[in-house]
Design a protein around this ligand. Structure first.
Ligand code: RRO
Length: 321
């Protein structure tokens, strides 16, 4: 009998440390998700084979954000590497709602982990169309409302304004029984005010942080490097900012928090849990290593033990002073 058979599904790595948890009623074998748009599960399967699916790096999968109409995304350049991070100006390329439902959604819903679909629109009507269409599909466990992309210049600043979030979530709440997770922007002075508004309007969870507004100057001319002029900074460079925002938000709401912003190993994942996140998401690190989620999960037991925790639940229940 292998060690994992002996210790059961709560302890697949046989470490004696239970990492199992849940998010808004979605059972998770461990607290490690991916950040939306940072891991293309279908492309990864083509590139690395079925083993990447059978040994899926995450306990739940969050899709790339989908919009009602197809989008081509921003002009190049779209990426810029920074010390300990990167700026992206991807611009939300996606096949649009109809093509997503006819194509990728079927394959994504067959992944061995719960599927959360990320959606974004520039109006409440657009969000409603997405929530009704995707929320009605089999195999979807939850919906993430992306109100925080820094790279789409629609004039919509819903994620920056508590009143706008209240109106949006109140409109969407009756349209689905699935958990609604509101993805928050770090580009505000008080993200906790937006989180409190989301909770009061019926959101089941909040996730943060999306990327920090940033830019880079082309080394060979006097222009901006990114085709769209600017983008969003992510990676370990933003971790202290993300931790502070997660901590402030977790202290202000009762709904669970998905923490992200430079999670790259078990220790940094645990930092987010200790700041108040229920689960974490790995983003930028996936571009360096498609198995980053697995690395984070495998590092968590040691990180927990080093800080004196016997399980993930113990760390989730502890509060920072
Ligand atoms: O596609 C993007 O440019 C993008 C999105 Br939708 C997002 O939510 N955050 C980000 O940094 N980039």
């Amino acid at each position: 009998m292998s060690r994992s058979e002996a210790t059961g599904p709560e302890d697949p790595d046989g470490t004696g440390i239970d990492l199992s948890t849940e998010l808004c009623g979605i059972p998770l074998e461990n607290p490690v998700l991916n950040g939306s748009g940072t891991f293309d599960a279908l492309a990864a399967r083509k590139a690395f084979g079925d083993v990447l699916v059978s040994e899926f790096p995450f306990a739940g999968f969050v899709s790339k954000t989908i919009t009602v109409e197809p989008r081509a995304g921003n002009p190049p350049h779209r990426l810029w590497e920074t010390p300990s991070g990167m700026i992206n100006s991807i611009g939300l390329p996606n096949p649009g709602l109809a093509a997503f439902c006819e194509g990728d959604l079927g394959e994504l819903s067959e992944l061995p982990v719960p599927l959360i679909v990320s959606v974004m629109a520039d109006s409440a009507e657009g969000f409603a169309e997405l929530v009704e269409a995707v929320g009605g599909r089999a195999g979807v466990a939850g919906l993430e409302l992306n109100v925080s992309c820094p790279n789409v210049h629609s004039g919509l600043i819903v994620g920056e304004q508590p009143d706008e979030i209240t109106a949006l979530v109140r409109t969407l709440r009756p349209l689905t029984g699935l958990p609604l997770i509101v993805k928050l922007t770090p580009n505000v002075a008080n993200p906790e005010r937006v989180a409190v508004a989301a909770e009061a309007a019926g959101a089941d969870a909040v996730s943060l942080v999306n990327t920090l507004k940033a830019t880079a100057i082309d080394p060979d001319n006097n222009r901006a490097w990114l085709g769209a002029g600017g983008g969003g900074l992510s990676g370990p460079a933003i971790r202290p900012v993300a931790l502070a925002q997660v901590r402030a938000v977790a202290a202000a709401v009762s709904i669970p928090v998905v923490g992200m912003g430079g999670v790259s190993d078990g220790e940094s994942a645990l930092e987010f849990i200790l700041a108040g996140a229920r689960v974490v998401a790995v983003g930028t690190e996936n571009f360096r290593n498609p198995r980053a989620g697995q690395v984070v999960r495998e590092g968590l037991p040691d990180a927990l033990q080093r800080r004196g925790f016997g399980s993930l639940a113990e760390a989730q229940a502890s509060t920072l002073s």
